[in-house]
Design a protein around this ligand. Structure first.
Ligand SMILES: [Fe+2]
Length: 432
C-alpha cells in the first residue's frame, strides 16, 4: 500500500497491468484492444479470463436479415417536399430491442430508428458498423456491457460505442426508444467557444460503468453482430463478460435529459443550434427541455427553412410549444430540407396576443440529418395523412388570410413602433 491515494490519467476499473501491453500480468490474462481510428484514436483495453476469439467455428452462421430484423433495413426513398408526422410504432409481435428495430430515416452517415421491445434478448449484440445512441422515451432496465452494467430509465440517453458487446435487460412495462446509428464517428459533446464546457451540460453528467460483473461461466453464448444489412451469429463456450479489468476512454455511458441546463434568452429567441448537445458526422442532436419562456422578443420558433438538413423531432414530454396541439408524446415529425415550417396557427395566435406562458413544459429530441436524407417505407406507413393541414388556418383564419388593406396596415404599424424599445434594458433618465 502506498501512503497516499492517486488516480491515473486514464479511466480504469478492476485488475489491469501498469500500462497496456506491459508487465507480468499480460502473461496471465488476455488483453484485447477496442481501437478507433485504426488504433490511433480512442482506445480501451479489456483484460479477459479467456481468449476473446474462443468461438466454436462450426457454429458461425450468417442470419437471414429480413427474418431476423424485418424493418431495420426498410427500403429508403427521397422525402420530397412534404412534411410528415409519424404516429408511434405499434409492433404486431413481441420482439426484442434489435429484432424489432425499424428504420425511419437515413443519410450516408447516420440513421434514425425506433424500437418498442417486449421480449428479452437471449443473445449478446455487437454493432460493427455504427455507434448507437438510444433515447429512452418509455421504459428502463439495465444495459449490460463488457465494461459493466448501466442502469437506465425514461429520459436517458445511452451511448453504445461501435463494437462493444452488450445486451439489454428490460424492466417490466412498456419500452419505447429512438435509436440513432452513427456510421462515421462517435458523438462529440457540443459546446460553443463563447459559452464554454458547462453549457448546456458538463462531461461530469456522463455516467460510465464502474461496477464490473465478471462472469466465469461455461456454456453456449451467442453473439450477433451487424455490418450494414448482414447479421452474423457466433457462439462462444465462455461468457463474454469474463473481463477482470479495463482501462481506456472508449466506453459506453448514460446521459440523463434532466441534466441538460438549457441556454435561455430574455430578449431574443435562442435558435435550435443553441440547444445542441451532440455532434456527429452528418447530424446534430438538440434537446428542447423545460426552460423559462423568453420575456420579450419571440418565444416561438420563427418560420424557417433548414436548407442543409432534414429535421426529425421526437416529442418526449409535455405540450410542444410550437405544435399547436397537433402532435402527441411519442410521435416524430420530419421536416425536409428547404420546406418552410414554424409555429402552428394556434401557437402563433397566442404569441400575437401576448399570451406568454412562464415556462416551456416540454422535452423534444431533435436530430437533424444532413442532406441528402431519405425516408423509409416503414416511416411512411406511420404517417398521419393530414399533417400538412396543420397549417391550414393560415389560409382561412381572417387574421392570416389576404386582406386588401394589409400593406397599409403594416406601414402604419411600422411607423407607430419605430421608436419602440425593450423593457429589459438600461434606462437613462434623460432619455425616458
Ligand atoms: Fe424546424
Amino acid at each position: 500500500m502506498e501512503k497516499y491515494e492517486y488516480f491515473g490519467g486514464t479511466p480504469e476499473v478492476g485488475i489491469v497491468p501498469k500500462a497496456p501491453h506491459a508487465g507480468p500480468l499480460v502473461r496471465h490474462v488476455f488483453e484485447q484492444e477496442h481501437g478507433r481510428g485504426g488504433f490511433a484514436g480512442k482506445v480501451t483495453h479489456t483484460y479477459h479470463l479467456y481468449p476473446p476469439t474462443n468461438w466454436l467455428a462450426a457454429e458461425t452462421r450468417t442470419l437471414d436479415g429480413r427474418a431476423w430484423a424485418p424493418h431495420w433495413e426498410s427500403p429508403l426513398r427521397p422525402v420530397g417536399g412534404t412534411h410528415h408526422a409519424l404516429e408511434m410504432a405499434v409492433p404486431a409481435e413481441a420482439r426484442d430491442v434489435y429484432r424489432g428495430m425499424a428504420r425511419l430515416v437515413a443519410n450516408a452517415t447516420v440513421a434514425m430508428n425506433v424500437t418498442a421491445p417486449r421480449a428479452p434478448m437471449d443473445y449478446f449484440f455487437e454493432h460493427h458498423a455504427a455507434t448507437l445512441l438510444f433515447f429512452v422515451h418509455q421504459g428502463g432496465g439495465t444495459l449490460e456491457t463488457m465494461f459493466g452494467p448501466i442502469e437506465f430509465r425514461k429520459g436517458d440517453f445511452l451511448i453504445v460505442p461501435k463494437g462493444v458487446t452488450h445486451r439489454f435487460e428490460l424492466a417490466p412495462g412498456p419500452q419505447y426508444y429512438w435509436v440513432y446509428e452513427s456510421f462515421a464517428g462517435d458523438p462529440e459533446k457540443s459546446e460553443a467557444p463563447t459559452t464554454g464546457q458547462f453549457i448546456t451540460h458538463s462531461r461530469s453528467d456522463y455516467r460510465f460503468p464502474r461496477t464490473l460483473d465478471t462472469r466465469n461461466e461455461a456454456g453456449r453464448f451467442e453473439i450477433v453482430s451487424k455490418v450494414d444489412g448482414v447479421y452474423t451469429r457466433r457462439v462462444h463456450p465462455t461468457h463474454p463478460f469474463d473481463v477482470v479489468g479495463w482501462r481506456g476512454d472508449y466506453l459506453p455511458y448514460r446521459f440523463a435529459v434532466e441534466d441538460v441546463r438549457p441556454l435561455v434568452a430574455d430578449r431574443s429567441h435562442v435558435p435550435p443550434s443553441g440547444h445542441t448537445i451532440f455532434k456527429l458526422p452528418g447530424c446534430y442532436i438538440c434537446i428542447f427541455t423545460v426552460r423559462s419562456v423568453e420575456k420579450e422578443g419571440m418565444w416561438l420558433p420563427f418560420f424557417h427553412r433548414n436548407l442543409d438538413y432534414l429535421e426529425t423531432l421526437g416529442y418526449h414530454f409535455g405540450d410542444f410549444f410550437s405544435g399547436g396541439g397537433v402532435v402527441r408524446e411519442g410521435m416524430v415529425t420530419l421536416h425536409p430540407v428547404g420546406l418552410p415550417h414554424g409555429p402552428k396557427p394556434a401557437s402563433l395566435k397566442a404569441f400575437l396576443d401576448g399570451r406568454n406562458p412562464s415556462v416551456h413544459h416540454e422535452v423534444g429530441i431533435m436530430a437533424d440529418l444532413a442532406n441528402p436524407t431519405q425516408v423509409s417505407e416503414f416511416a411512411l406507413s406511420l404517417g398521419k395523412p393530414d399533417y400538412m393541414q396543420s397549417w391550414a388556418a393560415y389560409t382561412t383564419d381572417p387574421r392570416f388570410a389576404h386582406r386588401g388593406d394589409r400593406l397599409a396596415e403594416v406601414r402604419a404599424l411600422a411607423e407607430r413602433h419605430a421608436a419602440a424599445r425593450d423593457e429589459l434594458r438600461p434606462k437613462y433618465p434623460e432619455r425616458e
